[in-house]
Write a protein that binds this ligand. Structure first.
Ligand SMILES: C[S@@+](CC[C@H](N)C(=O)[O-])C[C@H]1O[C@@H](n2cnc3c(N)ncnc32)[C@H](O)[C@@H]1O
Length: 221
């Protein structure tokens, strides 16, 4: 259980900070493995691909990116200084081997170069990207032609079961998000679904619908 009010959990999930950041990172670590497994399978990373993750949290799932193929190049962009530090510590071997690097900041403010990533992955981050169209315009710019983006998120009906989700979260169902992705210039949006039962911070259980939306920039290379 987290010793925090729901309002505070909501703020912390947006950007873990201060004395509770580590605990929030551990809470996400316990809750989000299923989503990472589903989204990484959907992303189907290939040898030599340049992969960008937005919001890796405490970086506990970075090693999963290397499970299918060991020679991708991984960059994690994290807004929270506390999470960035944990990410770097726990992934020091990947950093040492020049397989992973981490940048601090808001993905949009970093102004990453055009056409520079084969794959962008963001899991449980879309709720905080506002206005979403402005972020998607920037993300499509930095994906290589023929590249892809995978957005992992919990369906609106599931998010509304979580006591700490408040009006500051932007919530979606897969159809709505696909529509927004297509309007932002992405093609061939494919969605996979999975369900899981998780333990809420107050100890109760809830069944959640997890979604992975894969969108292409142009035709598949
Ligand atoms: C709810 S957590 C999800 C962490 C992890 N992806 C997971 O699913 O367990 C959201 C993370 O995204 C980061 N984040 C939110 N908005 C961001 C942005 N605009 N650019 C980079 N990171 C962001 C937050 O600091 C936080 O660590």
């Amino acid at each position: 259980m987290l010793p925090l009010e729901n309002r505070e959990i909501a703020k912390q999930l947006r950007t873990p900070h201060g004395p509770h950041a580590i605990q929030i990172g551990e809470f996400m670590e316990r809750s989000n493995k299923h989503m990472y497994t589903m989204c990484l399978k959907h992303a189907s990373l290939k040898s030599k691909e340049n992969v960008l993750e937005i919001g890796p949290g405490n970086g506990c799932f970075v090693s999963e990116f290397f499970r299918e193929t060991n020679d991708i190049s991984y960059t994690g962009v994290e807004l929270s200084q506390e999470m960035l530090q944990v990410c770097k510590n726990r992934n020091s071997a990947f950093i040492h081997d020049r397989k992973a690097s981490f940048l601090k900041g808001d993905i949009m403010e970093l102004k990453l170069p055009d056409n520079s990533y084969d794959v962008i992955i963001a899991i449980n981050v879309i709720y905080f990207l506002n206005p979403v169209e402005v972020y998607l315009n920037d993300l499509i710019r930095i994906i290589k032609p023929g590249g892809r983006m995978v957005l992992g998120f919990r369906d609106i009906s599931s998010m509304q079961k979580l006591p700490f989700v408040d009006e500051n979260f932007s919530l979606y169902d897969a159809n709505r998000l696909s529509e927004i992705l297509v309007n932002s210039g992405f093609e061939q949006v494919d969605t996979k679904f999975g369900t899981e039962v998780i333990k809420l911070p107050d100890g109760r259980q809830a069944e959640l619908l997890n979604c992975s939306c894969l969108a292409l920039k142009g035709k598949m290379a």
